[in-house]
Design a protein around this ligand. Structure first.
Ligand code: PMP
Length: 354
């Protein structure tokens, strides 16, 4: 029977989002959401939003939101691009900055698994650079790689390992002919953002999200900060695809959130202190857990990631597991509230005592 699907779309392997089972109550530690609510200012912006504004299209370029982000990041509006989640911003980077017949993109073999999907979707070639044996990024290998640009998750996912600003600066300076896209989805939990470097380096684009640090995964907004020429490239890509990607409500709520730095700094501090506690507890239970700069832990166990993942799911706790050769001993565990993490630890003790 005719499927009506193009042979191109049939040939692709799409990204798989983290599961959201509805059969019971779960402690959800599988998609790196923030356990704390959006800021009171963001909530107020939502409550006081004038519904009549929804009759009209939003600002196509999200100018009010770009101004608020520019203020928070210490750049100008023309240095900021907003999209419908940082996934969309990252996706648009591919047609904006890479040629189909070019040298392509490079990224780590263990990193955000959406990158190869974006490249395949836009028919841009890519190569992967293995992480070092200690799970850190091999920056020397990236410098030597024959490519037009590098997608670098920092802190990396699922390892949680971060690259400090000084190291990043050296890396960007050493690679003037490569575009470095720093995906800083989890940077709020590390505090070493490369945004300030975008003023000096025209080959650096920093991509951030409202989903993690700003506790707004449900509203879908992300942004890029970089040289004005790069930002113009992203706008050209957007306007060939969707003129109004960021809706009016989202623009209002995110502008309020990004202006509430104190609230979010305090919430991130709670996540960081819980991260230290949970890591110590997991190590005590026999896990191997690299130091994390993020809001999740990369936890390996001799009994294997699948054993831990399944045991936890049976006990109502969701974590992320990938059944691949290099990741099969690990689970990625989002930092929850102390109460959620206690439930996780209780379940783990039960699983491991059997
Ligand atoms: N980058 C990384 C490394 C991520 O883990 C995620 C979340 N899955 C994203 C980008 C996308 O986040 P969002 O689309 O919610 O902004």
């Amino acid at each position: 029977m005719k499927t009506f699907l193009s042979s191109f779309i049939s040939s692709l392997t799409p990204y798989t989002a983290g599961e959201q089972p509805q059969d019971r109550r779960y402690v959800k530690l599988n998609t790196n959401e923030n356990p704390y609510p959006p800021s009171p200012k963001a909530a107020e912006a939502l409550r006081t939003f004038d519904v009549d504004r929804l009759r009209l299209y939003p600002s196509p370029d999200a100018d009010g939101l770009r101004d608020a982000i520019a203020r928070a990041e210490g750049v100008e509006r023309e240095n900021v691009f907003c999209g419908n989640g940082s996934d969309e911003v990252l996706a648009l980077c591919i047609p904006a900055f890479f040629d189909k017949g070019g040298r392509g993109a490079a990224f780590a073999d263990i990193t955000y698994s959406f990158y190869p999907v974006f490249c395949d979707f836009f028919s841009v070639p890519y190569r992967t650079v293995p992480l070092k044996s200690d799970y850190t990024m091999d920056l020397d290998a990236f410098s030597k790689a024959d490519c037009d640009g590098i997608l670098l998750t920092n802190p990396n996912a699922p390892t949680g390992i971060g690259i400090g600003r000084a190291v990043m600066e050296k890396f960007v300076a050493e690679n003037p002919d490569k575009l470095i896209v720093a995906d800083e989805a989890y940077m709020g939990f590390f505090g070493e953002s490369a945004v300030s470097l975008t003023k000096r380096f025209k080959n650096l684009l920093v991509v951030k999200t409202f989903s993690k640090y700003y506790s707004l995964a449900g509203i879908r907004c992300g942004y890029a900060v970089g040289d004005k020429a790069l930002i113009r490239g992203l706008f050209a890509a957007k306007d060939c695809f969707n003129s109004y990607p960021v809706d009016a409500l989202c623009q209002a709520v995110c502008a309020a959130a990004v202006s509430d730095g104190e609230y979010y700094a305090a919430a991130a501090e709670k996540v960081r202190s819980e991260r230290a506690r949970l890591r110590t507890e997991l190590i005590g239970l026999g896990f191997f857990v690299p130091e994390s700069a993020s809001n999740f832990l990369f936890a390996g166990h001799p009994k294997g990631g699948e054993f831990i993942y399944r045991g936890l799911k049976e006990r109502g706790v969701l974590v992320r597991f990938w059944n691949t050769e290099k990741l099969k001993n690990f689970c990625r565990i989002t930092i929850g509230t102390p109460e959620q993490d206690d439930e996780l630890l209780f379940a783990l003790r039960d699983i491991l005592s059997r």
